[in-house]
Design a protein around this ligand. Sequence first.
Ligand code: HPA
Length: 278
Amino acid sequence: MPDPYYDKLLRCRDAVAQLSGGFEPRLALVLGSGLGSVAETMDVRARVPYSEVEGMPVSTVPGHAGQFLFGYIGGTPVVCMQGRLHYYEGYDVHDVVLPTRIMGLLGAKTLFLTNAAGGLDPAMETPSLMVISDHILLHFPNPLVGPNLDELGPRFPDMSAVYDADIRALLKKRGLEMGLPMSEGVYVQLTGPSFETPTEVRLLGRMGGGAVGMSTACEAVAARHMGMRVCGISCITNKGAGISQHALTHEEVVEAGNLIGPRFSALVTSAIPEIDRL
Ligand code: HPA
């Protein structure tokens, strides 16, 4: 019997392919907070709002519907997610990773993830960028729970090298050349939407985490399951609760993201053709 989720995935993939005019991306990019200007430098050939794809989860947040952008960044054919789905919005985790899987099935070989995150190391500058070396997904549902989609990948996929080492080295080198405040570390995904308590921040730091946020790791797991190459950068918009001397707000996150956003976008834009050649 066909799996209803896999069936939906294929139908969404077909609809997106048709609406994009058959565009074949080699790289998939997920735009987190502050990365809006990537879309401005992209040679956009097609826009596919999620709302036009039958079966796609519809955003619960008014004005944050989201869309796929298809086009070229420095000659590389790219699909961008402008607006991602978050578990805290109430989606099932399988729906959260549906767009990632669609982009993989459309042909993207590499997934480039970006996000805004809180810094767990008191020495971290804000805003700054952290190349993701690994992740912790222990306090969040694994997106591979449920019947395995054998068509995509194995039941028990290896996660010993989720974030590609060559791409990480390239991103760090390129960021430092551009004079950006760069670090490398482990990203911890929690469900949100509340920010962490100071005790949680201390715990996550002692566990080996470098940054904490509410996205990304589950998308990375779904992408590795289907054999995609994965890389990611966190924009450290604030110090974690308790390290920060004041209460955290979403506005602070957005402001810090906007502050470093254009330089973050420049790094991502210039790195993509090089990643594509690796
Ligand atoms: N915690 C969780 N998610 C976040 C944070 C944070 O401090 N900053 C930006 N996204």
